[in-house]
Write a new protein. Structure first.
Length: 154
């Protein structure tokens, strides 16, 4: 099932899956930022995708992706979050929307914070990466190095 947008570009707060279950889908368009350069500069466009369980807050992961995209001078066209937890990738409406954006050439890549936001299973992750490439883009994982919070002894 694919997400339908209203005229103003806002998605519905819930989407109904083919099996009748409802899921929360969050899609937003970040504020435009001005960059140095001529008006004819076309920057590489990406969609940020996050998937979290239930009512978990995806803001940290999305913020890390924003910083990563900024490092490369990429334009973020959409930020999509599925609140579906462990649902397989092919059952996620937000991920389907991100793939559709790649196919429509609206973006060149799907940017996510962690591999596990696509799938903790290698085969599922590889299938999604192959699907993104088949549609003309690439899947980029911004896996930031984890900070060691365990004190080290002397």
């Amino acid at each position: 099932m694919h997400t339908t947008f209203t005229e103003g570009g806002a998605p519905p707060p819930f989407v109904r899956r083919e099996n009748g279950a409802e899921a929360v889908l969050s899609v937003s368009q970040p504020k435009a930022t001005s960059m140095a350069g001529s008006a004819g500069d076309e920057r590489f466009k990406v969609v940020i995708y996050a998937c979290v369980a239930g009512n978990a807050n995806p803001e940290r992961a999305i913020s890390e992706c924003r910083e990563y995209a900024e490092t490369f001078g990429w334009t973020i066209t959409h930020e999509i979050c599925d609140n579906t937890g462990l649902l397989p990738p092919q059952g996620r409406d937000g991920l389907a929307t991100a793939l559709d954006l790649v196919q429509a050439k609206a973006v060149g890549a799907v940017l996510t914070a962690y591999r596990s936001m696509i799938s903790p299973r290698h085969e599922e992750f590889d299938e999604v990466a192959a699907e993104v490439e088949k549609r003309g883009g690439f899947l980029c994982v911004q896996e930031a190095p984890r900070r060691n919070t365990i004190p080290t002894g002397r």
